[in-house]
Structures are given as structure tokens and as C-alpha cells.
Design a protein around this ligand. Structure first.
Ligand SMILES: [Fe+2]
Ligand SMILES: [Fe+2]
Length: 205
């Protein structure tokens, strides 16, 4: 089936996705501010890093609506989350949940609809971005678990941490309370196991 883009559901879905990504970016920026106040650098970095990616997703969807530039797009229904908390574990779990929904439900449906309506390029964007959202989900989940089990700075067997400020490597069962090189607080130590998520320790301040 090929549908006129102007009257398509895909046009509305792109607008829903643009709004959702834009809001996710803001929510993660607000969460990063909470983490910053609590001197939890690793959590702050993860939220900031992911917020930048949501902006990139928003741009992909926005650009696909280019032919409507100068117009308004009305969406018939949409719902967006409110996730306000000073508790970092809660904020990570909220984020995990939202990413899961995008990856496993919303974007898959949007992709399928775009496919049905004959918009291959849009279908592809939804499918590929859904995969990224699953990675976001996994990363938030992992950090939430580490915080919950108190394993972000302690381990039962010798482990390795890196100070994300200066790069100092520490081996032991407890990350130092302060980095012996740059004197930054424990909140800057990241378990090296998380280096598979190395994208968020890429040296950004
Ligand atoms: Fe996204
Ligand atoms: Fe995401």
C-alpha cells in the first residue's frame, strides 16, 4: 500500500517520535544535573552521553519531516512520561523503562506502519533507532543494578576501577574514597567492566 505522506499515520508517528526524543533529551539532562549535585560522575556522564544521542535521534526524525517545513503537525494522541526524583537509581530505572518501551514496542510499531504505508526510509530509521534504544536500556539497567547492589565502588573479589577524570587505574575490592592522583571523589571511579560501555567515558567533562 502506498499512502500520501501528508495524510499518513507515519507523518504523525515521526512527530510523536520527534517530541519523544526531544523530551528524553531534556529528562536525561535534568537527571544528569541531579547526578552532578550528588557528585556521581559516572551516572552524570551516562545521562549526558545518552541525552546527546536522543538529540541525534530527534534530528533524524525531524529531518524526515522536512517537506512540512513552515507548517504545524497535529498529533491526535500521545503520552509522555514524567520522571522526577532525586534518587539516581529511580532515575536510571525510569530511563531503562522508557527505552525498553521505545525499543520493543513503539518504534517497532512505527516501523511496521511506515513499511505498510510505503515509506521505506522512515521504516529503516525506526528499526535502527529501536536497536540503539535497546542498548540505552541495557546500559541504564546495568548502572541501576550496580548502584542498587552497592557494586559501583565495592566488589567481592579484586576488581579494577578507572578514575574518569584523570585515568588513574585502581585494583582492589573498594574504589578509593579519593583518587590518589587528581584527588577527585569516589564518584569519579568507574568499574572497568563497564568499559564495554566505554562510549560514556570518552573523556567528556
Ligand atoms: Fe532515542
Ligand atoms: Fe534512548
Amino acid at each position: 500500500m502506498s499512502v500520501d505522506f501528508k495524510t499518513s499515520e507515519t507523518k504523525e508517528n515521526l512527530m510523536r517520535a520527534f517530541a519523544g526524543e526531544s523530551q528524553a533529551r531534556n529528562r536525561y539532562t535534568f537527571a544528569a544535573e541531579v547526578a552532578h549535585r550528588q557528585k556521581q560522575k559516572t551516572v552524570e556522564e551516562l545521562f549526558t552521553f545518552t541525552a546527546d544521542q536522543e538529540r541525534a535521534h530527534a534530528k533524524v526524525f525531524y529531518d524526515l519531516l522536512q517537506e512540512f517545513s513552515g507548517e504545524n503537525i497535529e498529533i491526535s494522541s500521545a503520552a509522555y512520561p514524567i520522571n522526577i526524583s532525586e534518587n539516581l537509581e529511580d532515575l536510571l530505572n525510569f530511563a531503562k523503562h522508557n527505552e525498553y518501551e521505545e525499543a520493543n514496542d513503539v518504534y517497532l510499531k512505527f516501523s511496521q506502519k511506515a513499511q505498510e504505508e510505503g515509506f521505506q526510509k522512515v521504516a529503516y530509521a525506526f528499526t535502527e533507532i529501536a536497536k540503539v534504544e535497546q542498548i540505552h536500556c541495557d546500559r541504564f539497567e546495568k548502572l541501576a543494578e550496580l548502584l542498587k547492589s552497592n557494586q559501583l565502588y565495592t566488589a567481592t573479589s579484586p576488581s579494577v576501577w578507572i578514575c574518569v577524570n584523570c585515568g588513574y587505574i585502581f585494583e582492589g575490592t573498594n574504589a578509593p574514597l579519593k583518587c590518589p592522583v587528581c584527588m577527585y571523589e569516589q564518584g569519579y571511579f568507574l568499574p572497568v567492566d563497564l568499559i564495554s560501555c566505554k562510549d560514556f567515558i570518552k573523556g567528556k567533562k
